[in-house]
Design a protein around this ligand. Structure first.
Ligand code: THU
Length: 130
């Protein structure tokens, strides 16, 4: 699957987001190594800190369906510019996905792709627990 197709699935996933308090819609679509896509949106609750970002919604859906190997994740938001994943999501992706491509799409449908390792240098992970 090409990057644009995956990114447009992230745009589509904004429709199922539930940003009840911020009204900031985010969608994400994650691509598995064997070509499947899982998507999701951000979900907010009245206890604000229990919010889950779109990236983790999509990733946890995939993990809970048994997926373990990923290639890329695409992210779309209501902001005109590219929406980079938050720090918490970077850590979760580092632990569960490895060094995948992070594909961001802006309102003009332009793409920007970075490796997770470029976004989260010198990470904490499994190795530190040994
Ligand atoms: N959000 C995401 O879903 N992904 C990001 O990459 C950045 C932020 C959500 C969390 C919250 O629901 C809203 O955007 C505003 O921070």
């Amino acid at each position: 699957m090409d990057k644009k197709t995956l990114a447009l699935k992230a745009v589509e996933a904004k429709k199922v987001s539930l940003p009840a308090y911020s009204s900031f819609h985010v969608g994400a679509a994650i691509l598995t190594e064997d070509g499947k896509v899982y998507s999701g949106g951000n979900i907010e609750t009245s206890s604000y800190s229990l919010t889950i970002c779109a990236e983790r919604t999509a990733l946890f859906k995939a993990i809970s369906e048994g997926e373990r190997k990923f290639k890329a994740i695409a992210i779309a938001s209501d902001a005109p510019e590219f929406c980079p994943p938050c720090g918490a999501c970077r850590q979760v992706m580092y632990d569960l996905c490895g060094d995948i491509d992070i594909i961001m799409i802006n309102h003009k449908e332009e793409l920007k792709t970075l490796k997770l390792s470029e976004m989260l240098p010198f990470p904490f992970g499994d190795n530190e627990l040994k």
